[in-house]
Design a protein around this ligand. Structure first.
Ligand SMILES: [Zn+2]
Length: 221
């Protein structure tokens, strides 16, 4: 069974290596999953650094997070991934990581302003900061903080208070891309803050940009 979905396994490993090179997943942190069908997901195992992850180490899990196939344990943060799949039927991939600047915002309790960079309004609209939950504690969707549920329904990425970030998308490339945009945007928001002034986009411009984003993306405005 470690041979099923060989192409997808290679894609997940390539994504893991990229997140590692970017410094988003130090040590054994972070996890990646892809929805295979209505019953199964392919997901990274717990305890393996993303820099040395191999395709055959990925495990298959069911939609309750139980191991279906593979020689290693499913990531302990599987609950977050499952919640996204339950709340967003259009989503096929979820990435969770600890990118340092975005995680700094999440630890400071500061949500990056949603009205400064036009590219980000098109791609993510805003990046909500959602309430703390114990990593690995999500047995069911009702354990999720309500603001995180809302972020999953209406956005494609979220900062997780005192923890890190999560992003999702219609495929792995989109989910990983959303994570990169999120960290890039956190860097921009930090720079704006350091410069000591801000030039906000007018609300009318934000609406046009949001409509543009909705045209290209699965998320509804
Ligand atoms: Zn984490």
């Amino acid at each position: 069974l470690s041979q099923v979905y060989p192409e997808l396994r290679r894609e997940v490993v390539a994504c893991a290596r990229r997140l590692d090179r970017l410094g988003y997943v130090p040590a054994t942190s972070g996890n990646i999953s892809v929805r295979l069908d209505a019953e199964k997901i392919l997901v990274t195992p717990t305890g393996v650094p993303k820099s040395v992850l191999r395709p055959e180490q990925l495990v298959l899990a069911d939609m309750r997070g139980r191991l279906v196939a593979g020689g290693m344990r499913v990531t302990s943060e599987i609950g977050l991934h499952l919640a996204v799949y339950r709340l967003r039927p259009d989503v096929r991939a979820v990435v969770h990581a600890h990118p340092p600047v975005a995680t700094g915002f999440a630890c400071a309790g500061v949500e990056p302003p949603g009205d400064i960079a036009s590219e980000v309004v098109v791609s993510l609209d805003t990046i909500p900061l959602t309430s703390f939950f114990l990593p690995g504690s999500l047995d069911s969707e009702t354990d999720l903080p309500p603001d995180l549920r809302e972020a999953i329904r209406t956005r494609d990425a979220s900062l997780l208070s005192n923890h890190g970030a999560a992003a999702w998308g219609k495929d792995l490339a989109e989910a990983a891309g959303n994570m990169e945009i999120l960290e890039h945007y956190a860097n921009i928001a930090l720079t704006v803050h350091l410069l000591g002034r801000k030039q906000p986009l007018p609300e009318s411009t934000r609406s046009v940009l949001k409509a543009l984003g909705a045209k290209y993306r699965s998320r509804k405005p």
